[in-house]
Ligand binder design. Structure first.
Ligand code: UDX
Length: 426
C-alpha cells in the first residue's frame, strides 16, 4: 500500500486509460476516470470492461471503491490535480497524428493553475511545447506509455523504465508528484525535458519496427542463400548488444502502435525538413513482406483466380481481439483482388473484423476454414493452430499447401505429413 496517496484523473477510458486507472488504483490511489461516451461510463460503473486485456477486469472489480467513472470533467477537476491524458491520437490522412481529441482536453482544463496534464497518449515531438505556449498556466508533464497488448497490466506494474518529461525552470512540483506515483514500482525513472520524452516514445517504437523489418530482410536473403533465419536470429540475439527480442521474421508488424508511430515519426521528420531514409525503408519492407506471402502462393498455385485460400488468424497478434492494422486484413484484400476466394478463422477476433474483410467468408473453426482449400496461410500465431491435427487438415484440403507466415509450425513435421511447406526465411 502506498503512503503518499494522490487522487488521480484519467481522461479517456480506452485501453491505455483503463490500464492506467486500474493500476494506479492497485497502487492505492483514488482514480477519477472521465470518458465522453455515456454508455461506456455506465458499463464501467457496473464493473463491465469493454475491452479484453488479461487481469484488467479483475483489478477494476477489486478496486471499485477507488475507481470513479464519469462523463463530466466537473467530477474530476475538484478531486485531482494530475490529469493523465489517455485519449487516442489516430493517424490522419497525411500520416500526421490527429490531435483533435487532445486539443479538446486542453480546452477543457486549459485555464487552470492547479492542474497538470500528464500526457500518456503518443503525440508528435513538440506537442507539449505547443500546448504550453497556448496555455502556460496549466502544468504539463510528458509520461509516455510502453504497454503491450495482452501483457499491459504486467507491463505497467513491472516497467523496464518510466519516462517523465517536464520543462520548467527551477522547481518541478508536478513532475515530482508523477515520479512519486511510480516509485513503488522500483523501476528506473528517466527524468528529462518534454521534447526528449516525446521522442523516446516514438524512437523506441520506430527502433523495434526497424528490428522487425531488418530481420524480415535477412529472412528474404536467407531464402535465396540457403540460411535459416530462425537459426540466424538465435545466433544474433545472444549478442547482448542486439538481444533476442523482436527478431522474429514473419509477415511484418501490425497493431495500433507500430504502423502509426513509425509513419508519424517519418512524417514529423519530413515536416521539419529531414528525410528519414531508414524509416522509409522500414515501412516499405513491412508492406512488401505481405506481398511475398502472395508470391509464395502463386509459385505453387499459379494464378489465384478462383483459388480457395484459408487464412488462419485475423488478430494482429495472438491473445488479443484487436484487428487494427492487422496483416490478415491486407492479405484478405489483396488475395481477393487477385481473384481468390478467401475464408478466415480466428479464435476471438472475427466479429470485430467482419466488416473489414471484404467478401471473405468468416468460419467458426479452423477445420471449417480449411475444408476444400487450395492453401492455408498461417497469419497469427495462436497456440491452437500448432495443436491442429494436420493429417485431418490435409484430408480436408484440396491441395496440401501451407504458407506459414510466422514460422510457427513444425515445417519438417508438415513435410512428413505430405504438405508443401513455405515458411519465412527457412
Ligand atoms: C507495441 C509496443 O511493443 C509497445 O511498447 C507500444 O506501447 C505499443 O506498440 P503492441 O502493439 O501491443 O505493442 O504489440 P507488440 O507485441 O509489440 O507487437 C507488434 C507487432 O510486431 C505485431 O504485429 C507482431 O506480430 C510484430 N512482431 C513483433 C514481429 O513481427 N516480430 C517480432 O519479433 C516482434
Amino acid at each position: 500500500m502506498n503512503d503518499s496517496r494522490e487522487p488521480i484523473g484519467v481522461i479517456g477510458a480506452g485501453w491505455v486509460g483503463l490500464v492506467t486507472a486500474a493500476c494506479f488504483a492497485e497502487l492505492g490511489h483514488d482514480v477519477y476516470v472521465r470518458d465522453i461516451v455515456q454508455e461506456k461510463v455506465d458499463s464501467l460503473a457496473r464493473g463491465e470492461v469493454p475491452i479484453y486485456e488479461p487481469g484488467l477486469s479483475e483489478l477494476i472489480t477489486k478496486h471499485s471503491d477507488r475507481l470513479h467513472f464519469t462523463v463530466d470533467m466537473g467530477d474530476v477537476l475538484p478531486n485531482a490535480n494530475l490529469l493523465f491524458c489517455c485519449v487516442d491520437t489516430p493517424p490522419s490522412y497525411s500520416g500526421d497524428a490527429d490531435l483533435s481529441r487532445v486539443e479538446r482536453v486542453v480546452e477543457e482544463v486549459g485555464g487552470s493553475t492547479d492542474h497538470a496534464l500528464v500526457m500518456k497518449s503518443t503525440v508528435p515531438v513538440g506537442t507539449g511545447r505547443s500546448i504550453r505556449r497556448r496555455s502556460d498556466s496549466l502544468g504539463y508533464v510528458s509520461n509516455p506509455e510502453f504497454l503491450k497488448e495482452g501483457t499491459a497490466v504486467d507491463d505497467f506494474m513491472r516497467p523496464d523504465r518510466v519516462v517523465i518529461g517536464e520543462d520548467v525552470n527551477g522547481a518541478t512540483p508536478f513532475a515530482d508528484r508523477v515520479a512519486a506515483l511510480y516509485e513503488p514500482l522500483e523501476a528506473p525513472i528517466v527524468r528529462t525535458d518534454v521534447a526528449s520524452a516525446e521522442m523516446i516514445k516514438l524512437a523506441s517504437n520506430a527502433f523495434l519496427a526497424t528490428k522487425i523489418s531488418f530481420i524480415n530482410e535477412i529472412a528474404n536473403v536467407s531464402e535465396e542463400l540457403g540460411a535459416n533465419v530462425d537459426e540466424v536470429a538465435r545466433g544474433m540475439g545472444l549478442d547482448q548488444r542486439i538481444g533476442p527480442q523482436f527478431l522474429k521474421a514473419g509477415l511484418g508488424y501490425g497493431g495500433s502502435c507500430f504502423p502509426k508511430d513509425v509513419t508519424a515519426l517519418k512524417q514529423l521528420a519530413g515536416n521539419s525538413g529531414y528525410h528519414f531514409q531508414l524509416l522509409t525503408a522500414v515501412i516499405e519492407v513491412n508492406e512488401l513482406q505481405k506481398r511475398r506471402a502472395i508470391g509464395k502462393l502463386q509459385k505453387h498455385l499459379g494464378t489465384l483466380v478462383g483459388k480457395e485460400i484459408a487464412l488462419l488468424g485475423v488478430a494482429f497478434k495472438p491473445n488479443t481481439d484487436d484487428v487494427r492494422e492487422a496483416t490478415s486484413l491486407v492479405l484478405a484484400g489483396r488475395l481477393q483482388s487477385e481473384g481468390a476466394h478467401v475464408r478466415v478463422y480466428d479464435p476471438v477476433a472475427t466479429e470485430r473484423a467482419r466488416d473489414m474483410l471484404g467478401g471473405a467468408q468468416v468460419k467458426t473453426s479452423a477445420s471449417e476454414a480449411v475444408d476444400g482449400a487450395d492453401a492455408v496461410v498461417l497469419v497469427t500465431e495462436w497456440p491452437e493452430f500448432r495443436e491442429l491435427d494436420w493429417h485431418d487438415v490435409k484430408a480436408r484440403m484440396r491441395r496440401p499447401l501451407v504458407v506459414d507466415g510466422r514460422n510457427f509450425l513444425d515445417g519438417e513435421l508438415l513435410k512428413q505429413a505430405g504438405f508443401t511447406y513455405e515458411g519465412v526465411g527457412r
